[in-house]
Design a protein around this ligand. Sequence first.
Ligand SMILES: Cc1ncc(COP(=O)(O)O)c(C=O)c1O
Length: 406
Amino acid sequence: MTTARTTYDVAAVRADFPALRAGAAHFDGPGGSQVPRQVAEAVAATLTAPIANRGQVTAAERHADAVVHAARAAVADLVAGDPGGVVFGRSMTQLTYDLSRTLAAGWGPGDEVVVTRLDHDANVRPWVQAATARGATVRWADLDPDTGELTAEALAAVLSDRTRLVALPGASNLIGTRPDVAALTALAHRAGALAYVDGVHLTAHAPVDVAALGADLYACSPYKFLGPHLGCAVAAPSLLETLHPDKLLPSTDAVPERFELGTLPYELLAGTTAAVDYLAGLGGDDGDRRGRLVAGLTAVEAHEDRLRERVEEGVAELPGVTSWSRAAHRTPTLLYTFADRPAAEVSRALAQRGVNAPAGSFYAIEVSRRLGLGDTGGLRVGLAPYSDDDDVDRLLDGLRAALAQA
Ligand SMILES: Cc1ncc(COP(=O)(O)O)c(C=O)c1O
Protein backbone atom coordinates (compact mmCIF):
# COMPACT_ATOMS: atom_id res chain seq x y z
CA MET A 1 0.00 0.00 0.00
CA THR A 2 1.17 3.53 -0.73
CA THR A 3 1.09 6.06 2.06
CA ALA A 4 1.72 9.81 1.89
CA ARG A 5 4.12 11.34 4.35
CA THR A 6 1.94 12.42 7.22
CA THR A 7 3.73 15.75 7.50
CA TYR A 8 5.15 17.53 4.48
CA ASP A 9 8.78 18.31 5.30
CA VAL A 10 9.20 21.59 3.46
CA ALA A 11 12.59 22.26 5.08
CA ALA A 12 13.91 19.00 3.60
CA VAL A 13 12.42 19.93 0.22
CA ARG A 14 14.00 23.39 0.30
CA ALA A 15 17.41 21.93 1.09
CA ASP A 16 17.26 20.17 -2.30
CA PHE A 17 16.93 23.45 -4.24
CA PRO A 18 20.32 25.17 -4.67
CA ALA A 19 18.66 28.26 -6.20
CA LEU A 20 16.88 29.03 -2.93
CA ARG A 21 20.24 29.72 -1.28
CA ALA A 22 20.33 33.00 -3.23
CA GLY A 23 17.72 34.14 -0.73
CA ALA A 24 14.70 35.22 -2.78
CA ALA A 25 11.17 34.21 -1.83
CA HIS A 26 9.86 32.69 -5.07
CA PHE A 27 6.23 33.29 -5.97
CA ASP A 28 7.07 33.03 -9.68
CA GLY A 29 6.60 29.25 -9.99
CA PRO A 30 3.68 29.49 -12.47
CA GLY A 31 6.20 30.98 -14.91
CA GLY A 32 8.69 28.20 -14.25
CA SER A 33 9.72 26.44 -11.07
CA GLN A 34 13.10 26.24 -9.39
CA VAL A 35 14.90 22.95 -9.89
CA PRO A 36 16.14 20.41 -7.32
CA ARG A 37 19.78 19.34 -7.46
CA GLN A 38 18.70 15.78 -8.40
CA VAL A 39 17.37 17.13 -11.72
CA ALA A 40 20.52 19.14 -12.42
CA GLU A 41 22.65 16.11 -11.60
CA ALA A 42 20.68 13.90 -13.97
CA VAL A 43 21.13 16.47 -16.77
CA ALA A 44 24.88 16.68 -16.10
CA ALA A 45 25.28 12.90 -15.82
CA THR A 46 23.64 12.40 -19.20
CA LEU A 47 25.94 14.95 -20.82
CA THR A 48 29.09 13.50 -19.29
CA ALA A 49 28.43 9.78 -19.89
CA PRO A 50 29.06 8.32 -23.35
CA ILE A 51 26.04 9.09 -25.52
CA ALA A 52 25.24 8.83 -29.24
CA ASN A 53 22.18 8.81 -31.44
CA ARG A 54 19.67 6.18 -30.34
CA GLY A 55 20.58 2.63 -31.31
CA GLN A 56 21.43 -0.78 -29.96
CA VAL A 57 25.00 -1.41 -31.13
CA THR A 58 27.21 0.61 -28.77
CA ALA A 59 26.74 1.36 -25.11
CA ALA A 60 26.51 5.04 -26.05
CA GLU A 61 23.61 4.31 -28.41
CA ARG A 62 21.86 2.15 -25.87
CA HIS A 63 22.27 4.93 -23.30
CA ALA A 64 20.38 7.41 -25.48
CA ASP A 65 17.67 4.84 -26.15
CA ALA A 66 17.28 4.05 -22.46
CA VAL A 67 17.04 7.75 -21.58
CA VAL A 68 14.19 8.22 -24.04
CA HIS A 69 12.29 5.15 -22.84
CA ALA A 70 12.76 6.13 -19.21
CA ALA A 71 11.41 9.64 -19.84
CA ARG A 72 8.34 8.33 -21.67
CA ALA A 73 7.67 5.94 -18.79
CA ALA A 74 8.13 8.73 -16.23
CA VAL A 75 5.71 11.15 -17.93
CA ALA A 76 3.25 8.30 -18.44
CA ASP A 77 3.35 7.57 -14.70
CA LEU A 78 2.93 11.26 -13.92
CA VAL A 79 -0.34 11.58 -15.84
CA ALA A 80 -1.45 7.90 -15.92
CA GLY A 81 -0.92 7.76 -19.66
CA ASP A 82 0.60 5.24 -22.06
CA PRO A 83 4.40 5.55 -22.47
CA GLY A 84 3.92 4.75 -26.17
CA GLY A 85 1.83 7.92 -26.53
CA VAL A 86 4.25 10.38 -24.87
CA VAL A 87 5.62 12.89 -27.40
CA PHE A 88 8.46 15.27 -26.50
CA GLY A 89 9.12 18.68 -28.02
CA ARG A 90 10.77 21.99 -27.29
CA SER A 91 7.76 23.44 -25.46
CA MET A 92 4.02 23.02 -25.07
CA THR A 93 3.58 25.92 -27.49
CA GLN A 94 5.64 24.22 -30.19
CA LEU A 95 3.87 20.89 -29.73
CA THR A 96 0.46 22.54 -29.83
CA TYR A 97 1.32 24.40 -33.02
CA ASP A 98 2.56 21.18 -34.61
CA LEU A 99 -0.40 19.08 -33.47
CA SER A 100 -2.93 21.75 -34.44
CA ARG A 101 -1.57 21.86 -37.99
CA THR A 102 -1.61 18.08 -38.23
CA LEU A 103 -5.15 17.77 -36.85
CA ALA A 104 -6.38 20.65 -39.00
CA ALA A 105 -5.37 18.80 -42.16
CA GLY A 106 -8.72 17.00 -41.81
CA TRP A 107 -10.81 20.16 -41.26
CA GLY A 108 -12.63 22.30 -43.78
CA PRO A 109 -15.49 24.78 -44.19
CA GLY A 110 -18.43 23.78 -42.00
CA ASP A 111 -16.19 22.26 -39.34
CA GLU A 112 -16.00 24.01 -35.97
CA VAL A 113 -13.26 24.31 -33.36
CA VAL A 114 -13.89 25.50 -29.81
CA VAL A 115 -11.41 27.53 -27.76
CA THR A 116 -12.01 29.15 -24.37
CA ARG A 117 -11.52 32.54 -22.70
CA LEU A 118 -9.83 30.78 -19.75
CA ASP A 119 -6.81 29.51 -21.66
CA HIS A 120 -3.19 30.58 -22.04
CA ASP A 121 -2.71 31.79 -25.61
CA ALA A 122 -0.68 28.65 -26.42
CA ASN A 123 -3.97 26.74 -26.28
CA VAL A 124 -5.89 29.37 -28.24
CA ARG A 125 -3.94 30.94 -31.11
CA PRO A 126 -2.59 27.70 -32.67
CA TRP A 127 -6.19 26.42 -32.97
CA VAL A 128 -7.59 29.74 -34.18
CA GLN A 129 -4.89 30.05 -36.83
CA ALA A 130 -5.12 26.39 -37.93
CA ALA A 131 -8.91 26.56 -38.18
CA THR A 132 -8.81 29.85 -40.07
CA ALA A 133 -6.26 28.48 -42.54
CA ARG A 134 -8.62 25.55 -43.32
CA GLY A 135 -11.77 27.67 -43.57
CA ALA A 136 -13.19 26.13 -40.36
CA THR A 137 -15.17 28.19 -37.84
CA VAL A 138 -13.82 29.16 -34.41
CA ARG A 139 -16.27 29.30 -31.51
CA TRP A 140 -15.48 30.69 -28.07
CA ALA A 141 -16.56 29.20 -24.74
CA ASP A 142 -16.87 32.14 -22.37
CA LEU A 143 -15.40 32.70 -18.94
CA ASP A 144 -17.65 34.14 -16.22
CA PRO A 145 -15.71 37.26 -15.22
CA ASP A 146 -17.42 37.46 -11.82
CA THR A 147 -16.62 33.95 -10.66
CA GLY A 148 -13.62 33.08 -12.85
CA GLU A 149 -15.40 29.85 -13.83
CA LEU A 150 -15.58 28.11 -17.19
CA THR A 151 -18.86 26.24 -16.88
CA ALA A 152 -20.37 23.26 -18.68
CA GLU A 153 -23.18 25.59 -19.78
CA ALA A 154 -20.70 27.95 -21.42
CA LEU A 155 -19.17 25.08 -23.36
CA ALA A 156 -22.51 23.45 -24.22
CA ALA A 157 -23.64 26.78 -25.72
CA VAL A 158 -20.98 26.62 -28.44
CA LEU A 159 -20.87 22.89 -29.22
CA SER A 160 -22.56 21.36 -32.23
CA ASP A 161 -22.39 18.16 -34.22
CA ARG A 162 -19.85 19.99 -36.38
CA THR A 163 -17.36 20.53 -33.55
CA ARG A 164 -14.16 18.69 -34.38
CA LEU A 165 -12.02 19.70 -31.44
CA VAL A 166 -12.36 21.45 -28.08
CA ALA A 167 -9.20 23.04 -26.63
CA LEU A 168 -9.55 23.66 -22.90
CA PRO A 169 -7.42 24.32 -19.82
CA GLY A 170 -6.67 21.91 -17.00
CA ALA A 171 -6.20 25.04 -14.88
CA SER A 172 -5.66 28.75 -15.51
CA ASN A 173 -2.09 30.00 -15.17
CA LEU A 174 -3.44 33.51 -14.45
CA ILE A 175 -6.23 33.05 -11.88
CA GLY A 176 -5.84 29.39 -10.91
CA THR A 177 -9.36 28.27 -11.90
CA ARG A 178 -9.65 24.49 -12.16
CA PRO A 179 -12.67 23.87 -14.35
CA ASP A 180 -14.49 20.54 -14.16
CA VAL A 181 -12.40 19.09 -16.98
CA ALA A 182 -14.10 15.68 -16.91
CA ALA A 183 -17.54 17.30 -17.34
CA LEU A 184 -16.26 19.52 -20.16
CA THR A 185 -14.55 16.70 -22.06
CA ALA A 186 -17.67 14.54 -21.66
CA LEU A 187 -19.64 17.27 -23.43
CA ALA A 188 -17.00 17.50 -26.16
CA HIS A 189 -17.11 13.74 -26.68
CA ARG A 190 -20.90 13.72 -26.80
CA ALA A 191 -20.64 16.23 -29.66
CA GLY A 192 -18.18 13.90 -31.40
CA ALA A 193 -15.17 16.19 -30.82
CA LEU A 194 -11.65 15.53 -29.57
CA ALA A 195 -10.57 17.20 -26.32
CA TYR A 196 -7.12 18.83 -26.18
CA VAL A 197 -6.31 19.72 -22.58
CA ASP A 198 -3.58 22.21 -21.67
CA GLY A 199 -2.21 20.65 -18.52
CA VAL A 200 0.81 22.92 -18.18
CA HIS A 201 -0.44 24.69 -15.06
CA LEU A 202 -2.45 21.83 -13.55
CA THR A 203 0.30 19.18 -13.70
CA ALA A 204 2.46 21.17 -11.28
CA HIS A 205 -0.22 21.30 -8.59
CA ALA A 206 -2.31 18.13 -8.48
CA PRO A 207 -2.25 14.44 -9.35
CA VAL A 208 -3.41 14.01 -12.95
CA ASP A 209 -5.09 11.05 -14.63
CA VAL A 210 -5.63 11.74 -18.31
CA ALA A 211 -8.32 9.09 -18.70
CA ALA A 212 -10.26 10.39 -15.69
CA LEU A 213 -10.02 13.91 -17.18
CA GLY A 214 -11.20 12.61 -20.55
CA ALA A 215 -8.26 14.25 -22.34
CA ASP A 216 -7.67 12.80 -25.80
CA LEU A 217 -4.50 14.87 -25.96
CA TYR A 218 -2.86 16.31 -22.85
CA ALA A 219 0.04 18.78 -22.99
CA CYS A 220 2.41 19.76 -20.19
CA SER A 221 5.83 21.32 -19.62
CA PRO A 222 8.40 19.79 -17.23
CA TYR A 223 9.89 23.19 -16.36
CA LYS A 224 6.68 23.98 -14.49
CA PHE A 225 6.98 20.86 -12.30
CA LEU A 226 10.62 21.10 -11.14
CA GLY A 227 12.10 19.80 -14.39
CA PRO A 228 14.03 21.23 -17.33
CA HIS A 229 12.78 23.34 -20.22
CA LEU A 230 10.89 21.20 -22.71
CA GLY A 231 7.32 20.15 -23.47
CA CYS A 232 5.37 16.93 -23.76
CA ALA A 233 2.06 15.80 -25.15
CA VAL A 234 0.33 12.58 -24.15
CA ALA A 235 -2.30 10.70 -26.15
CA ALA A 236 -3.40 7.14 -26.82
CA PRO A 237 -0.97 5.58 -29.35
CA SER A 238 -4.04 4.50 -31.35
CA LEU A 239 -5.03 8.16 -31.80
CA LEU A 240 -1.49 9.17 -32.75
CA GLU A 241 -1.44 6.39 -35.37
CA THR A 242 -4.28 8.17 -37.20
CA LEU A 243 -2.32 11.45 -37.45
CA HIS A 244 0.33 12.14 -40.05
CA PRO A 245 2.55 15.17 -39.41
CA ASP A 246 5.04 16.39 -41.99
CA LYS A 247 8.31 14.59 -41.42
CA LEU A 248 11.65 13.89 -43.04
CA LEU A 249 11.80 11.00 -45.50
CA PRO A 250 14.41 8.93 -43.62
CA SER A 251 13.00 9.57 -40.13
CA THR A 252 10.94 6.80 -38.57
CA ASP A 253 7.18 6.73 -39.03
CA ALA A 254 6.75 4.93 -35.71
CA VAL A 255 4.55 6.42 -32.99
CA PRO A 256 5.38 8.52 -31.00
CA GLU A 257 8.69 9.30 -32.80
CA ARG A 258 6.71 10.37 -35.89
CA PHE A 259 5.86 13.60 -34.03
CA GLU A 260 9.36 14.35 -32.74
CA LEU A 261 11.32 16.35 -35.25
CA GLY A 262 15.06 15.72 -35.21
CA THR A 263 17.15 14.53 -32.31
CA LEU A 264 15.62 14.71 -28.84
CA PRO A 265 17.41 16.62 -26.01
CA TYR A 266 18.51 13.49 -24.13
CA GLU A 267 19.89 15.43 -21.17
CA LEU A 268 16.59 17.26 -20.69
CA LEU A 269 14.68 14.00 -20.94
CA ALA A 270 16.88 12.58 -18.17
CA GLY A 271 16.13 15.71 -16.14
CA THR A 272 12.42 15.17 -16.73
CA THR A 273 12.65 11.62 -15.40
CA ALA A 274 14.52 12.94 -12.37
CA ALA A 275 11.81 15.58 -11.77
CA VAL A 276 9.10 12.92 -11.88
CA ASP A 277 11.13 10.73 -9.52
CA TYR A 278 11.58 13.72 -7.21
CA LEU A 279 7.81 14.31 -7.05
CA ALA A 280 7.29 10.58 -6.48
CA GLY A 281 9.81 10.75 -3.63
CA LEU A 282 7.55 13.29 -1.88
CA GLY A 283 5.02 10.46 -1.65
CA GLY A 284 7.23 8.20 0.39
CA ASP A 285 9.14 5.03 -0.37
CA ASP A 286 6.38 2.43 -0.65
CA GLY A 287 4.65 1.14 -3.73
CA ASP A 288 5.08 1.79 -7.43
CA ARG A 289 6.02 5.17 -8.88
CA ARG A 290 2.48 6.05 -9.98
CA GLY A 291 1.15 5.46 -6.47
CA ARG A 292 3.97 7.49 -4.93
CA LEU A 293 3.33 10.30 -7.44
CA VAL A 294 -0.32 10.47 -6.47
CA ALA A 295 0.66 10.52 -2.79
CA GLY A 296 3.42 13.09 -3.39
CA LEU A 297 1.30 15.47 -5.43
CA THR A 298 -1.58 15.11 -2.98
CA ALA A 299 0.83 16.18 -0.23
CA VAL A 300 2.10 19.08 -2.38
CA GLU A 301 -1.48 20.16 -3.04
CA ALA A 302 -2.35 20.18 0.67
CA HIS A 303 0.85 22.08 1.53
CA GLU A 304 0.29 24.68 -1.20
CA ASP A 305 -3.40 25.07 -0.30
CA ARG A 306 -2.54 25.79 3.32
CA LEU A 307 -0.10 28.50 2.26
CA ARG A 308 -2.59 29.85 -0.28
CA GLU A 309 -5.14 30.30 2.50
CA ARG A 310 -2.56 32.18 4.56
CA VAL A 311 -1.84 34.50 1.63
CA GLU A 312 -5.54 35.03 0.96
CA GLU A 313 -6.29 35.80 4.61
CA GLY A 314 -3.33 38.16 4.88
CA VAL A 315 -4.12 40.01 1.67
CA ALA A 316 -7.81 40.32 2.62
CA GLU A 317 -6.71 42.59 5.50
CA LEU A 318 -4.93 45.01 3.17
CA PRO A 319 -6.83 48.03 1.82
CA GLY A 320 -7.61 48.50 -1.85
CA VAL A 321 -6.64 45.03 -3.09
CA THR A 322 -8.84 43.10 -5.53
CA SER A 323 -8.42 39.34 -5.80
CA TRP A 324 -9.30 37.82 -9.17
CA SER A 325 -8.83 34.20 -8.09
CA ARG A 326 -12.35 33.32 -7.08
CA ALA A 327 -13.24 29.96 -8.59
CA ALA A 328 -14.54 27.29 -6.22
CA HIS A 329 -11.77 24.87 -7.21
CA ARG A 330 -8.41 26.45 -7.90
CA THR A 331 -4.65 26.05 -7.83
CA PRO A 332 -2.52 28.16 -5.44
CA THR A 333 -2.09 30.84 -8.08
CA LEU A 334 -3.51 34.22 -7.10
CA LEU A 335 -3.96 37.36 -9.18
CA TYR A 336 -4.21 40.75 -7.48
CA THR A 337 -4.73 44.32 -8.59
CA PHE A 338 -4.44 47.44 -6.43
CA ALA A 339 -6.68 50.48 -6.22
CA ASP A 340 -3.89 53.02 -5.86
CA ARG A 341 -1.01 51.71 -7.90
CA PRO A 342 -0.15 49.56 -10.90
CA ALA A 343 0.65 45.92 -10.15
CA ALA A 344 4.00 46.34 -11.93
CA GLU A 345 4.99 48.97 -9.35
CA VAL A 346 4.05 46.66 -6.48
CA SER A 347 6.01 43.86 -8.13
CA ARG A 348 9.09 46.09 -8.35
CA ALA A 349 8.74 47.10 -4.69
CA LEU A 350 8.54 43.43 -3.70
CA ALA A 351 11.55 42.57 -5.85
CA GLN A 352 13.62 45.14 -3.94
CA ARG A 353 12.91 43.09 -0.82
CA GLY A 354 13.83 39.82 -2.49
CA VAL A 355 10.23 38.75 -3.06
CA ASN A 356 9.71 37.54 -6.62
CA ALA A 357 6.09 37.99 -7.68
CA PRO A 358 5.87 39.22 -11.27
CA ALA A 359 3.12 41.35 -12.77
CA GLY A 360 1.48 40.83 -16.14
CA SER A 361 -1.10 38.73 -17.97
CA PHE A 362 1.38 35.94 -18.65
CA TYR A 363 0.08 35.13 -22.12
CA ALA A 364 -3.38 34.45 -20.68
CA ILE A 365 -4.45 37.45 -22.70
CA GLU A 366 -8.04 36.32 -23.24
CA VAL A 367 -8.54 35.84 -19.50
CA SER A 368 -7.04 39.22 -18.66
CA ARG A 369 -9.18 41.02 -21.24
CA ARG A 370 -12.36 39.20 -20.18
CA LEU A 371 -11.76 40.23 -16.56
CA GLY A 372 -11.52 43.85 -17.72
CA LEU A 373 -7.78 44.04 -17.00
CA GLY A 374 -6.78 44.68 -20.60
CA ASP A 375 -3.41 43.24 -21.49
CA THR A 376 -1.92 44.37 -18.18
CA GLY A 377 -3.20 41.62 -15.88
CA GLY A 378 -2.09 41.98 -12.29
CA LEU A 379 0.36 40.77 -9.66
CA ARG A 380 0.61 36.98 -9.77
CA VAL A 381 1.44 35.12 -6.57
CA GLY A 382 2.12 31.43 -7.11
CA LEU A 383 2.94 28.81 -4.49
CA ALA A 384 5.27 25.92 -5.24
CA PRO A 385 6.38 22.74 -3.44
CA TYR A 386 9.33 24.66 -1.94
CA SER A 387 7.27 27.64 -0.68
CA ASP A 388 7.14 28.01 3.10
CA ASP A 389 5.60 30.13 5.84
CA ASP A 390 8.59 32.44 5.91
CA ASP A 391 8.06 33.19 2.21
CA VAL A 392 4.42 34.04 2.95
CA ASP A 393 5.46 36.33 5.83
CA ARG A 394 7.92 38.11 3.55
CA LEU A 395 5.26 38.53 0.86
CA LEU A 396 2.68 39.94 3.27
CA ASP A 397 5.24 42.27 4.91
CA GLY A 398 6.34 43.42 1.46
CA LEU A 399 2.79 44.09 0.31
CA ARG A 400 2.01 45.98 3.51
CA ALA A 401 5.09 48.14 3.04
CA ALA A 402 4.47 48.70 -0.67
CA LEU A 403 0.87 49.73 -0.12
CA ALA A 404 1.74 51.98 2.81
CA GLN A 405 4.00 54.11 0.57
CA ALA A 406 1.68 56.84 -0.68
C1 LIG B 1 -1.19 27.26 -18.81
C2 LIG B 1 -0.02 27.34 -19.74
N1 LIG B 1 -0.13 26.81 -20.96
C3 LIG B 1 0.88 26.84 -21.85
C4 LIG B 1 2.06 27.45 -21.55
C5 LIG B 1 3.16 27.46 -22.57
O1 LIG B 1 4.09 26.50 -22.21
P1 LIG B 1 5.50 26.41 -22.97
O2 LIG B 1 6.36 27.48 -22.39
O3 LIG B 1 6.00 25.02 -22.66
O4 LIG B 1 5.24 26.60 -24.40
C6 LIG B 1 2.23 28.05 -20.29
C7 LIG B 1 3.48 28.75 -19.95
O5 LIG B 1 3.49 29.61 -19.12
C8 LIG B 1 1.17 27.97 -19.36
O6 LIG B 1 1.27 28.50 -18.14
